[in-house]
Design a binder for this molecule. Structure first.
Ligand code: AHG
Ligand code: MN
Ligand code: MN
Ligand code: MN
Length: 311
């Protein structure tokens, strides 16, 4: 008897994108689909080099700094190159903003999308083999957009799609499109395909987990100190602490298990450490669209420098 548990009708990311495009009818040109194909290639490629890093001398620092003042790891540089080349060759991207690029990159051609990205999020964790990720956000530019840095000075609510891939025990891609649900795909290394394993992800309504770099607490303002003290000291039992230090991994866990993640602005980073365009906005879109209806979601403080996911 043939094993009936073998799935012969799996939904790959490629299939999901094709079906999504067909559902939109003749208005869809296929450009977004092709852009997503280029994205998924960059994730597979980055996942491959992260797994091989220790073997091929890709650990440690590159010896340079990026524009936000971070020391670049070798994999920050390689991951960025992979991502940039993939976006450029897709022919669908006009403007690309990356954490690891000095300026916005403008590509000539028929591209009508702008992409913002953090090629390797959590790079301080790389050499210890701890989970890291790639974050991306996609804007649809106006047809007459010339292609310049200012084109991406848009609020996060203008994103047409966003997501991330977490490189952990497996590579997990989370994707959401404007007005849609949040879907999770897992890379099957043998097939070389992302498989839909987590359709319609919804953050559980509650879980007593908090995720914040508490080592910064002496730099926090009083309201922030009070808040985290309250969740530890008040209530029936204290929250559990979980902090990986890669936002993608902390956010993925928060999406799967529920709880709170925050990187509050503090005296050391008065504007907040997480960068609004390619870290906070895409992640906020995923969390907002993956939130169960009626649950409080606060994506920013008044200063827009804190990303809080709460249930
Ligand atoms: P990146 O590695 O892309 O520069 O981002 C680092 C960010 C984010 O991933 C993480 O949540 C946070 O910085 C960790 O910062 P601390 O080490 O200060 O906790
Ligand atoms: Mn960095
Ligand atoms: Mn980051
Ligand atoms: Mn980064």
């Amino acid at each position: 008897k043939v094993n009936s548990e073998i799935q012969t009708d799996i939904i790959t990311l490629t299939r999901y994108l094709t079906e999504t495009q067909h559902a939109l009818g003749s208005t869809a040109t296929g450009d977004f689909t092709l852009l997503c194909h280029a994205l998924q290639f960059s994730f597979k490629s980055i996942a491959y080099y992260i797994r091989r890093a220790t073997l091929i001398n890709l650990v440690g620092l590159a010896g340079s700094e990026n524009k936000t003042g971070d020391e670049q790891k070798k994999l920050d540089v390689i991951g960025n190159e992979i991502f940039v080349n993939s976006m450029k060759s897709s022919g669908k991207v006009k403007v690309l903003v990356s954490e690891e690029e000095e300026e916005a990159l403008v590509f000539q051609g028929a591209g009508k999308y702008a992409v913002v990205c953090d090629p390797i999020d959590g790079s301080s964790n790389l050499d210890a083999g701890v989970s890291v990720g790639t974050i991306f956000g996609i804007f649809r530019l106006d047809d007459d957009a010339e292609g310049k840095a200012e084109d991406v000075l848009l609020p996060g609510t203008e994103l047409v799609a966003a997501g991330f891939t977490m490189y952990g025990a497996s590579a997990n891609l989370v994707l959401t499109m404007k007005g849609g649900s949040v879907n999770g795909f897992t890379l099957d290394n043998a097939l070389g395909e992302f498989i839909l394993t987590h359709p319609n992800m919804r953050m559980p309504k509650s879980r007593a987990i908090y995720s914040v770099n508490e080592g910064n607490s002496r730099y926090w303002d009083e309201a922030c100190k009070d808040y985290f003290n309250t969740i530890k000291e008040k209530g029936e039992k204290p929250y559990s602490a979980r902090y990986i230090g890669s936002m993608v991994a902390d956010a993925y866990r928060t999406l799967c298990y529920g709880g709170i993640f925050a990187y509050p602005a503090d005296k050391k980073s008065p504007k907040g450490k997480l960068r609004i365009l390619y870290e906070c906005a895409p992640m906020a879109m995923v969390m907002e669209q993956g939130n169960p209806p009626g649950v409080l979601f606060q994506k920013s403080s008044t200063s827009l420098h804190i990303l809080v996911m709460m249930n």
